[in-house]
Design a binder for this molecule. Structure first.
Ligand SMILES: [Zn+2]
Length: 133
């Protein structure tokens, strides 16, 4: 607040229009931030609800995980950027060096089993996870 008040006064001195919009915006932007934050939480809740929705009865957060089974795995190469810290002779960090490295990636595919906790509907989905090596 200590920095905002002189700034508002400065605007008040310069032009009346700017001072009006600045004093209007300062309290509004903080509540907009709160609304944005609430909106973000709401969005996460909605996404989790939709993701865990039962495809049969349509109820949200109905999904109960019943385990998974590996169905496939594929190997591939991927270029990653590694960041090494450089040290001087006293052992102090003096900088970083970035280098590209080819790594072998194993992508494992899983079949996931789900149950609906409301209607007992069963369904599966396929997911994948990447491992280095
Ligand atoms: Zn259901």
């Amino acid at each position: 607040m200590k920095t905002i008040i002189p700034f508002t006064i400065l605007l008040l001195v310069n032009t009346n229009n700017l001072a009006f919009s600045a004093s209007e915006n300062t309290p509004a932007s903080s509540s907009e931030g709160a609304f944005f934050f609430l909106g973000l939480i709401g969005l996460i809740v909605v996404i989790s609800g939709v993701v865990m929705r039962c495809p049969s009865c349509g109820k949200w957060w109905a999904r109960v995980s019943k385990g998974k089974r590996e169905i496939d795995r594929k190997g591939s190469y991927k270029t990653v950027t590694r960041r090494d810290t450089q040290y001087n002779k006293n052992g102090e960090a003096v900088g970083h060096i970035e280098r590209q490295e080819q790594v072998h990636i194993t992508t494992v595919y899983y079949e996931n089993y789900y149950n609906c906790k409301y209607c007992r509907h069963q369904w599966t989905s396929v997911s994948s996870k990447e491992y280095e090596g």
